[in-house]
Design a protein around this ligand. Structure first.
Ligand SMILES: C[S@@+](CC[C@H](N)C(=O)[O-])C[C@H]1O[C@@H](n2cnc3c(N)ncnc32)[C@H](O)[C@@H]1O
Length: 328
């Protein structure tokens, strides 16, 4: 990673922690969970029986790989497969394998805020796909998207898997999709994974496993602030709490202070006071249905042109393209 990028990410982390923990109610951004330890914990989460999202999306990609890659390669001889928040690329490798069977002229561009995740991904790809043209980019989604050339002659397919969109509120999701749409040509597409509304208990269980892996993942935010910003959070003084509102389809993760306590963050020259049962909101994981995705897409100048689901209809992947008015 370039030193500049690292300094910018660390400065932004410090600023966001300062603002989030000085606010009322307190909040922190879930993107900061993903450091070396956070990446490992997320890999464990992907393998938990309760976390159905990964297996469902994996099944969708396996069962529809030919149709999906045919759509990606339609009307082009040259393709950029850009993945936002690539993580360990476990699911993407199914698509990469199928694309390699059908075309040699494509480049895979994984984008991730976690340098560690990208390095690992690059290493595994060089072994499993030695002939693959890979161009990893470390940074946040839009900062990195800006650096990718967009042209009529090369089709950009933007992968956004794992229901990562669910970490955004509806207004943030519309802004996010609108920004993607603004840089898209008429032939470009977004392939997006969206976890669906379902039995509320199934959803709650996915974010509250009995082994405590999700708890450790959520608390990694405090661990990271301790390590990188010289703070003294005692992790046992906080509990992990998950809620799900079946009406709005919004799951929320919190860290809840078990006691009255003070915490110092030396690098920010900040002392925090927590009352017993005060919360830090750390993540939202929105759940969707077709209607909601259509609404968000429409508000961003996009439309659903294809969709794929698993047998239980727990998860869906949609292909979004620009609506006629929006096409460049
Ligand atoms: C929930 S994991 C999903 C990984 C993979 N897409 C999957 O479906 O298994 C989210 C990934 O997105 C990355 N990420 C989260 N927020 C990000 C942001 N704002 N910009 C870039 N990467 C981000 C994290 O580092 C992590 O690797």
């Amino acid at each position: 990673m370039e030193a500049d990028t690292l300094i910018k990410i660390q400065a932004q982390f410090a600023q966001d922690v300062y603002e989030g923990l000085s606010a009322s109610p307190k909040h922190l951004a879930s993107k900061y969970i993903y450091d070396h330890k956070g990446d490992l914990l997320f890999e464990q989460i992907m393998n938990l029986p309760e976390y159905y999202l990964t297996d469902c999306e994996l099944a969708i990609l396996k069962n529809n790989r030919e149709e999906i890659t045919n759509l990606f390669l339609k009307n082009t001889t040259s393709l950029n497969l850009v993945e936002l928040g690539a993580g360990n690329g476990k699911k993407t490798k199914i698509i990469l394998e199928e694309l390699q069977k059908q075309s040699s002229n494509f480049c895979y561009v994984p984008i991730d805020i976690s340098n560690n995740a990208l390095l690992k991904l690059k290493n595994t790809l060089s072994i499993e796909f030695p002939n693959l043209n890979v161009s990893p980019k470390q940074g946040t989604y839009f900062n990195m998207l800006k650096t990718i050339e967009s042209s009529e002659s090369t089709k950009n397919v933007i992968l956004f898997l794992g229901s990562n969109i669910g970490n955004l509120s509806h207004s943030q999701a519309i802004t996010f999709l609108s920004q993607l749409a603004a840089g898209m040509h008429s032939n470009d597409m977004i392939f997006i994974g969206c976890d669906q509304k379902k039995d509320p208990q199934t959803i709650l269980n996915a974010y509250n496993d009995p082994k405590g892996v999700t708890e450790a993942f959520n608390k990694n935010l405090l661990h990271r602030i301790n390590r990188e910003l010289d703070a003294n959070f005692i992790l046992d003084n906080f509990l992990h709490w998950e809620s799900y509102n079946p009406q709005s389809g919004t799951a929320k993760s919190f860290l809840v202070s078990k006691i009255d306590q003070k915490v110092q963050i030396a690098a920010l020259d900040l002392e925090l006071k927590f009352k017993a049962w005060e919360t830090i909101h750390t993540e939202i994981s929105q759940k969707y249905d077709d209607e909601l995705i259509s609404e968000l897409a429409k508000a961003a100048g996009l439309q659903i042109t294809a969709q794929f689901s698993d047998d239980k209809k727990y998860f869906k992947n949609y292909i979004l393209t620009k609506t006629a008015l929006q096409k460049l």
